[in-house]
Design a protein around this ligand. Sequence first.
Ligand SMILES: Cc1cc2nc3c(=O)[nH]c(=O)nc-3n(C[C@H](O)[C@H](O)[C@H](O)COP(=O)(O)OP(=O)(O)OC[C@H]3O[C@@H](n4cnc5c(N)ncnc54)[C@H](O)[C@@H]3O)c2cc1C
Length: 384
Amino acid sequence: MDFDLSEEHRMIRDMARDFAREVIAPRSEQMEKTGEYPYDIMDRMADLGMMGIPYPEEYGGSGGDWVGMHLCIEEIARGDMTLAASLEVTSCIAGQELFVFGTEEQKKKWLVPIVKGTKMGAFGLTEPDAGSDAAAIRTTAVRQAGGWVLNGTKQFSTNIGFRNASVLLTAAVTGKRESGKNVISAFIVPRDTPGFRLGTRYDKIAWTASATHEVILEDCRIPEDFLLGDPSRGFSQHLAVLETGRISIAAMAVGAAQACLDASLRYARERIQFGRPIFGFEAVQFKLADMAAAIELARNQYLKAAWLKDRGRKHTFETSVAKIFAAEMLEKAASDAVQIHGGYGYMNEYPVSRIYKGAKLLQIVEGTSEVQRMVIGRHLANMA
Ligand SMILES: Cc1cc2nc3c(=O)[nH]c(=O)nc-3n(C[C@H](O)[C@H](O)[C@H](O)COP(=O)(O)OP(=O)(O)OC[C@H]3O[C@@H](n4cnc5c(N)ncnc54)[C@H](O)[C@@H]3O)c2cc1C
């Protein structure tokens, strides 16, 4: 076994770490307060090649791998979770679905700008009546005169509200199987298609700078060749890339928890009560020790899942373990970090307050913690 990062991995991690510390973290409070989208930061991330880490150079990427991508996501989340989420949705989810299932022409047209970061991709699976039960979607796509006509509503779509969002990769029902189950296909739906309407910008309790919108498709007509991949396997295509998204969520949780540990350590050494730094009190030190231990475990687990993915090996179990453990670990770490900061921890100017407010989301997106436990349960049933 080899736990050392390669030279390339270390370079990616250090580049993202420096960028997050110098550029992202100082803006995080303002972004959360105003809800303004940080286009200038996203442009700089694109210039640094962050959106293209795991993609071949011929598509504008840097020919790296998924370990490198997730080291980058962890570090960006250490500065601000919303930017890490924008990165993972465009790159790990939308970009990957285009890369793995797209035709050469589709890749040139839609993937390359996503990989270069000039355009942002979005992913449309969830609907008002189809969340964890994603196969229950009602959006339809009907073949008509050399194209497809889509009708339906997609909910909670991350990134689609950005002005440079290009496409929503949309799952839609295209028929019925003999078993009575729906056939679901995946489509590349450009945001500027007539009949594509951006609905509500959601008023979230945190993550205000993340562009989450409802999308309404009303007689939205796209050409035949905007169908993505195998028409009978659109649902599995969507689920396949979501699996990578779960590694990303785990990496984000680790980055945010590390930010909690960094801030809490600093604070505990500086804050004097009863004549000495509160770091000297065992009750405070144990919280920090638990945080450090949990971060270490969560980091090892998401890296293992990414490492397996890089080797083309099955990683469903390892990914769900990473996602549950890291997301739940973050909620506890953020709560303990606020506790260590006392009253100051409840003030918006302290990053731990922002992470505390935002932490819960990671147990919900890309499959809730309950769904991850169901995935692990299925794995155990197959082992028996
Ligand atoms: C900010 C944000 C961004 C998002 N971005 C995207 C995006 O870009 N694209 C996209 O497609 N979706 C996105 N989502 C949707 C997200 O993936 C869903 O919210 C999530 O999958 C849960 O679905 P739901 O909200 O409908 O909850 P539900 O599925 O209704 O679940 C409600 C509760 O019931 C539990 N539950 C449901 N079924 C079971 C079961 N069988 N056993 C046990 N418990 C169960 C759930 O775990 C949960 O606790 C986003 C959501 C948010 C909040």
